[in-house]
Design a protein around this ligand. Structure first.
Ligand code: ADP
Ligand code: ZN
Ligand code: ZN
Length: 707
């Protein structure tokens, strides 16, 4: 009896639902379920998947890979939440297709985790609470300090941005201006105009805790508006609250990191991407999307202007501006006439041998690896009560320990990397797999007690400076010194309060902060990036050095003449020459020429196929088999596939990692190839058996940032 009853009940509407399941052969699109009610696309639902119940989004279009099977009923629809808009779904559809993920995997993974967890009642509760706790909009009542009169360049930029929102020309604006040239003021005015028109603004920053001033300025300027933050540092409840406020249209301004590019914004009127060149806009796992690129796509699709700001734009954006796809606006001078720091290039090769290497015995009053003239300049700054900033892109005390008797070095047993010596807690730590242990008293191989640090990290630099300048107050900011929550803020506070004379740090300190009294910035050893195998290394180095230079002499009021020091063995390198003239245009032109000759982005399009396995051979075999499988595809003609090579740190935590570069002159050609090829790789992986298969994993990175 029950059988026929159930058959009789089998009415209702079939609905396609995107669920978070990886893209296996069968789960390309969405899955069909049965619903007793018509459900609008974009509705949040709960559905059975295997033996679990999961969150899903009603989707339209796409194929149902599970067609032919018995339809299961959806478990519930969430009425409290307005459906995600067609524009939002289009963004998710595009991102999933472009970055080669299933639609469900992408769409669900960019929703707040809490939203996926809650049932319909739970969501309804959160929405109700949000409305109840909503602060009254202060509107015009919240007056702040009078706004500065715009400079001519700023006013021109604002006009052009306003026009970009209305006319058919480029809707993407590249705002190029050095630190202190007034870009943030332009963002603020552009946002103000949009908010005044009843729309929402989305402002993306690379890392929220490295940009406290920007956040503070938006908060101060829009005191009467509802601003929410969206980033991974929020608790799940906070993140859901921010997301809901944006989705329900209650928030006027969303300030967030890359994940915020997927915020649901029903009244979106402007997208700002600050420091658009910053690599942290690229997600490095799962769907490896570029938030900057998606922001541009989103703005275009929703006919909303996108404002990309940087002192050193990515070469991709620069080229788009050159070709007229983006509108370029330039803020050529620093506000208030603050001078650009004078560049001092120290030729480390010309120093007396004693100061050259870290192993040689230094002259008294000097330290290895620090030019005497730099030390003298630092001493002078300390005496004058000015601040200095030194950066070195290597944390820890020394990158490796070495035995003086035998060949022992502090390698990591699980990675193809050294374990770094951290003096503070006398540990050897692998920065790749995290393995840490106490420093051995003697060489583990020969028993020789004389094991010595080789090279230098920020800890050692801090120690050297302490010995050379005993009266200076020295602080260090890097991933080690800021591990505790709140410690970064506390240390930055000390710098701002003038309690620090010399700040030592990794590139963390070169970003974003507005240190008013710094009159000297020094790059201690920037050469390491000059000859990297990664073709983007010079671009990153130039950006970092420009940004670091921008830390010096920001405040015209103090009138401090500022200097930027570079310690190098290549004093005539064109990169440093361009830096001396702070000529980004010349640097970009030279780089673009090289890229064009070499057929590299932005003149070609890349994807990386990565494989991880227990042995290098297994990873290589998999990639070779993938290459073989590609030969049968007609789309193969559009691309060049290079031979598999180990990634730069090939073994991490006993996993061997290989990669294979796929290149095409045509973006659609590359896309078509990946679409045809990648589904075969799952089958390929499944066909491999035994121990090899157990940990064999593959992933694709479209438009990879690091090669
Ligand atoms: P950027 O974002 O390019 O680093 P900012 O917008 O932060 O530049 O401007 C640098 C400094 O100049 C800030 O202290 C800012 O308040 C101030 N400023 C910006 N625009 C003006 C203006 N038109 N008149 C006076 N001060 C300005
Ligand atoms: Zn030894
Ligand atoms: Zn390791």
């Amino acid at each position: 009896m029950s059988l026929s009853d159930e058959a009789g009940d089998a009415v209702g509407f079939p609905v396609l639902v995107a669920v978070d399941a990886p893209r296996h052969a069968g789960l390309e699109g969405a899955l069909s379920y049965r619903s007793q009610h018509l459900l609008a696309p974009g509705t949040l639902v709960r559905v059975p998947l295997g033996r679990r119940e999961v969150a899903g989004l009603v989707w339209e279009g796409g194929s149902d890979a599970g067609a032919g099977r018995e339809l299961r009923d959806i478990a519930g629809a969430c009425d409290a939440l307005p459906p995600l808009s067609a524009a939002w779904r289009a963004l998710a559809d595009f991102a999933a297709a472009y970055y080669q993920r299933s639609i469900g995997e992408l769409a669900l993974s960019v929703l707040p985790p809490e939203l996926r967890r809650l049932d319909s009642q739970g969501v309804a509760d959160r929405v109700r609470r949000l409305y109840k706790r909503l602060p009254a909009p202060a509107g015009a009542a919240a007056t702040t300090e009078p706004l500065p009169a715009l400079t001519g360049d700023q006013a021109a930029a604002i006009d052009a941005i306003a026009a970009a929102g209305t006319q058919a020309g480029p809707g993407t604006v590249l705002l190029h201006g050095v630190t202190g040239s007034g870009k943030t003021e332009v963002y603020l005015r552009a946002a103000e105009a949009v908010l005044g028109g009843g729309k929402q603004a989305l402002v993306l920053v690379p890392e929220i805790n490295l940009t406290p001033q920007l956040v503070a300025r938006f908060t101060a300027r829009f005191a009467g508006r509802r601003i929410v933050a969206l980033h991974s540092g929020l608790t799940p409840a906070q993140r859901l609250r921010s997301w809901l406020a944006a989705h329900l249209g209650l928030a006027d301004l969303v300030l967030g990191t890359r994940l915020a590019v997927f915020a649901s914004l029903p009244r979106l009127g402007l997208v700002v991407v600050d420091e658009e060149h910053d690599p942290s806009y690229k997600q490095q796992e799962g769907a490896r999307y570029s938030a900057r690129d998606l922001a541009v796509w989103r703005g275009h699709h929703e006919s909303v202007p996108v404002l990309l700001g940087s002192a050193t734009p990515s070469l991709e954006s620069w080229r788009s501006a050159e070709s007229g796809r983006y509108l370029r606006l330039t803020l050529p001078t620093r506000i208030g006439g603050a001078a650009w720091p004078t560049l001092r290039v120290v030729d480390m090769g010309s120093l007396p041998r004693a100061n050259e290497g870290l192993r040689a015995a230094p002259q008294p009053g000097t330290a290895p690896g620090l030019a005497p003239q730099l030390v003298a300049a630092l001493r002078q700054r300390v005496e004058r009560g000015e601040q200095s900033l030194l950066f070195l892109n290597r944390r820890g005390y020394a990158p490796v320990l070495q035995c003086g008797e035998c060949a022992w070095m502090s390698s990591c047993p699980h990675c193809s990397a050294w374990r770094v010596f951290h003096k503070q807690d006398r540990s050897l730590r692998c920065h790749h797999c995290g393995l840490g242990e106490r420093v051995p008293r003697a060489c583990p191989d020969c028993g020789n007690p004389d094991i010595a640090p080789v090279g230098r990290g920020t800890e050692r630099l801090e120690e050297q400076l302490g010995e050379l300048l005993p009266d200076a107050r020295i602080a260090r900011i890097d991933a080690d010194s800021t591990r505790r929550k709140g410690s970064l803020e506390a240390q930055l506070g000390a710098v701002h309060a003038g309690e620090v004379d010399i700040l030592v740090g990794t590139q963390m300190v070169a970003k974003g902060h507005d240190f008013r009294r710094i009159s000297l910035v020094a790059a201690v050893n920037p050469d390491t990036s000059l000859f990297s195998s990664d073709f983007r290394a010079p671009e990153r180095l130039f950006a970092l050095l420009m940004q670091a230079a921008g830390r010096a002499g920001r405040d015209a009021a103090t009138g401090l003449p500022s200097e930027m020091w570079i310690q190098t063995r290549h004093p005539n390198h064109p990169l440093y020459m361009a830096l001396a003239r702070h000529d980004y245009g010349a640097f970009a032109a030279a780089q673009l020429k090289e890229r064009e000759h070499a057929g590299l982005p932005p003149y070609s399009h890349l994807a990386l196929l990565r494989a991880e396995a227990g042995t290098a051979a297994a990873a290589r075999d998999f990639l070779a088999a993938a290459d073989e499988a590609a030969r049968a595809l007609p789309e193969r003609a559009e691309v060049v596939i290079y031979a598999p090579v180990p990634v730069s740190v090939a073994r991490v935590a006993d996993v061997e990692r290989m990669q294979m570069l796929v290149e095409s002159a045509s973006r659609p050609g590359l896309q078509a190839m990946l679409r045809a090829w990648l589904p075969q790789l799952d089958a390929l992986r499944a066909s491999r058996t035994g121990a090899e298969q157990r940990i064999l994993r593959w992933a694709v990175d479209v438009d990879p940032l690091t090669i």
